[in-house]
Each structure stands twice: as C-alpha cells, then as structure tokens.
Write a protein that binds this ligand. Structure first.
Ligand code: GLU
Length: 286
C-alpha cells in the first residue's frame, strides 16, 4: 500500500479491473488512458483487482489480465492489491459510519422501490419486526460540483437524484461505490482515469470520500468503446478478448479510439509508449 507520505505531491493513478474476464478493446482504452496519464505525470500506476463482487469474479481472470498488461508493456509500480483481501478494513470503516449514525439498515425489497432516487423510506428506522436487508449511507443535501479533465464541469445533486445509496448489499457483499472510495483513499490515489460509464458514480464517490475524511481524486472519464449496436463493450455482452499476440495493433486501436492520430510505424510495445506518452502530455498540458 502506498502511504500518502511516500508521494508528497506525487501523482498516483490506478487501473482497477473487475476480474470477470480478460481485457477487451473497451477495458484496454480505459487502462491505456490511465497509464498514459500516470507516465505523462512521471507518476506511479497501481493495479487493483476489484474482485469484491464474488459471484461475478472468474477464477484466474486476474492473472490473465496481468499477463495481458505485461504483454502490452504496461507495468505497475507496486504489488497489486485485491479487494477480497481487504474485507476487515471495509468492515471497520462501515462500523465507524454506523457509530456516527451515517448509515442505516434498509428493509425495502427491489420490488418495493420505484425507479429513481431512493425516497428515504427506512431512513428514520425500521418498524418492529423488520430486518435490514441492505445498508445505506445518508447523503447530505446539495449539489456536488467537480471538474472532469475530459468532459469539463459536472454537477449532480446526489441526495435528490440518487438518494441514500447502498454500501452493503442485501447479499451481504460490500458495494463497489463504498470500497472504491476506501481503496482510492488508502492507496493515496490522486487521479482516476476510467471509462465514461463511471462518470455517473463520481459525485456519489466524492460525497462519500468527504464523509470519510478522504481527499477525492481528480477524475477523467474517457469515451467508451461501443459495439456495432451502440452498446458498451463489456464482458457481460461477450466482447472478444484482446489478441495479445499482436500487442502493437491492439495498442494502436485503443490509441485511435482515444482520438489521436496514427503513430509512426512501431517496432514494438516499448516504442508505442515512447511515442504516445509525450503526445498525451501535450494534449492535456501536462
Ligand atoms: N472495477 C470497475 C470496472 O471494471 C472500475 C472501477 C473504477 O475504475 O473506479 O468497471
């Protein structure tokens, strides 16, 4: 783990794949953007395996992803971490929030909830005989504003648009929104670069970071890779895994997806990064 004091003002980025299958064109574009940004800042780049959602975790997928990253010339700067090894840390943060009255048990079933913001049904306590299914964190009123380095100024009123959200699920698992904030804080992550599908999570994560006394990282959300039908490429909709045998071609494709002009002919993956990092730095005034 990287203590904040190891990197006084230094950049710390991370790639945080869910090990539900191998990397594909979509996850490579996000990984590439985060790696380029870290290297352009002469920063550190961490690898965190987000295996908190046990039912979606595919055994061995973490090793496959690591092998793919290595073949692509993407090297992490500290030993990888696994969320599944940090359950006691999540529990202790949860206990603290509970003591502070910032979380509450919720007995609502999915069926009882309409689409849209959680209306706060259980926020004043459960009726006798009701048992908590999930646990929610109380959201303060007010708009959360932040700057996205790709998309510009953003604003979301989490209390109004999302409501008190779940940090411990009805199946007992910790929610992604909760653990990602704790991990980014504990690892001293200064910059999150990831796919635009997570833009909508950012305000929630920032508010939660503040409740936990953590500094929220800067963010950049890069365009998603879509399939022909306009859906996000994902393991769930069976995106084909990357062909690591032709790493330069896979890198070039992700590079073009991020909106850059083709690079001069490349001798190999190291060549790709040597050409790409300064171009990234120039585009984002780093
Ligand atoms: N594990 C998440 C995913 O693979 C990414 C989380 C993040 O970058 O904040 O979609």
């Amino acid at each position: 783990m990287v203590a904040a004091s190891d990197t006084p003002d230094g950049y710390v980025g991370r790639f945080a794949p869910s090990p539900s299958g191998p990397l594909h064109d979509g996850s490579l574009a996000a990984a590439m953007a985060s790696y380029l940004d870290a290297r352009a800042h002469s920063g550190r780049w961490l690898l965190r395996v987000e295996d908190i959602d046990a039912p979606r975790t595919v055994p061995g997928a973490d090793r496959v992803i690591m092998g793919q990253l290595e073949a692509l010339g993407m090297h992490w700067d500290a030993p990888p971490t696994w969320q599944s090894l940090r359950l006691s840390r999540y529990q202790s943060v949860f206990d603290r929030l509970l003591e502070q009255g910032l979380v509450y048990g919720c007995a609502c079933t999915r069926k009882q909830l309409a689409a849209g913001a959680y209306p706060g049904t259980c926020s004043k306590g459960l009726a006798p005989g009701q048992r908590p299914r999930a646990w929610r964190v109380r959201m303060p009123q007010g708009a959360e504003r932040f700057q996205d380095r790709w998309l510009g100024p953003q604003c979301q009123d989490v209390a109004r648009e999302v409501g008190d959200f779940i940090i411990r699920r009805a199946d007992g698992l910790w929610a992604y929104q909760f653990v990602v904030v704790i991990d980014d804080g504990d690892q001293g992550v200064t910059d999150v670069v990831r796919g635009a599908d997570l833009l909508d999570s950012t305000a929630r994560q920032r508010v939660l970071a503040r409740l936990l006394g953590l500094q929220a990282p800067r963010v950049m959300h890069v365009p998603l890779v879509l399939d022909e039908a306009g859906h996000k490429l994902s393991k769930q909709n069976h995106a084909p895994p990357l062909d690591s045998r032709n790493a330069p071609a896979a890198l070039e494709k992700a590079w073009r997806h991020l909106g850059f002009d083709p690079l001069p002919p490349l001798a190999g993956v190291a060549d790709f990064w040597a050409e790409a990092v300064p171009r990234w730095a120039a585009r984002f005034n780093i």
